[in-house]
Design a protein around this ligand. Sequence first.
Ligand code: HEC
Ligand code: HEC
Length: 295
Amino acid sequence: MRVLRWLVLLAVIGAAGLWWMARPKPLAAAEVAGLTGDAARGETVFWAAGCASCHMAPGARGEAQLVLAGGQRFASDFGTFVAPNISQDPTHGIGGWSLLDLANALKRGVSPEGQHYYPSLPYASYAKMRLQDVTDLHAFLQTLPADATPSAPHELAFPFSRREAVGLWKILYLRGGWALAGNVTPTVDRGRYIAEALAHCGECHTPRTALGGMDTGRWLAGAPDPAGQGRIPNITPAALGWTAGDIVQYLTTGFTPEYDSVGGHMAHVVANMARLPESDRQAVAEYLLAVPNPD
Ligand code: HEC
Ligand code: HEC
């Protein structure tokens, strides 16, 4: 009986410990104190990070992409996520959000109310963003228009409809550190920051585990398309077989060396990359060629 009582006690402590480990972990206010944002620099961060690709209204083109009204739907194994309104509307968007609120959403996946966001907001990548870049992005977002379209709820089945479960996911997958680890040249380092932290290439191109985390051991080795049509290509060097010049050309114009033109979600990524300085596309190309080929 005594043993049983101990086992029950241990189980309770274990569950409480797991609960404690899985709690939302916002940044301390002191971490953003004293930072000031530059909206012009923030615009580059905005395009590199592809915020509009997910948060613009479905089918928006041209200037309308800057109205971050939400509403695009993203199918996944766990249900359908609907991108929320992140325009400057104070009720339906994120007008009035402090820098700390934005930094917590992007780097910790935590809402101003202290709840977990789903990793469909790709914070597993944005967690690696420099706080100065988040600060510049915050300044840029404030220059964008307000839109009063209400955010639509996600369509998720239990247990995925419970945000608490995301805490366990974060313990497993919200890790620091680069997928391409180690010392690299300054150019590859720049490319790594763009590809892994901002442009979140791995979120689409890296296969996922059963629990939906990126399988970093097979980084960029290709994955089924979550929308159910076809595969997202393996872009590790040997499988891709492109030169740095080929990659820069693709990220600038959308044309492959065989003169096929880019399609699907990658078309947004190319449009975003094309807005960056040529040196940044060159850096991404050198980074891609430095990624190890999977076994
Ligand atoms: C791959 C698509 C995708 C990209 C790219 C993306 N988001 Fe989101 N974002 C989402 C989804 C889906 C949610 C909803 C998450 C949830 O409800 O837990 C979200 C939630 C948010 C929220 C919380 C909104 C609220 O009402 O609480 C903010 C803020 C946000 N995103 C800002 C950004 C910014 C800034 C960027 C660019 C740095 C960005 N997102 C890039 C899909 C995306
Ligand atoms: C939102 C998902 C998504 C993201 C993010 C993404 N890609 Fe892609 N990528 C795709 C899809 C889908 C294709 C296939 C495009 C097609 O069929 O035309 C593709 C194709 C490519 C190709 C061409 C491969 C081939 O064999 O033709 C390259 C190179 C590439 N991506 C590099 C990148 C890089 C570099 C990044 C980050 C800067 C990135 N991708 C981010 C979805 C994505």
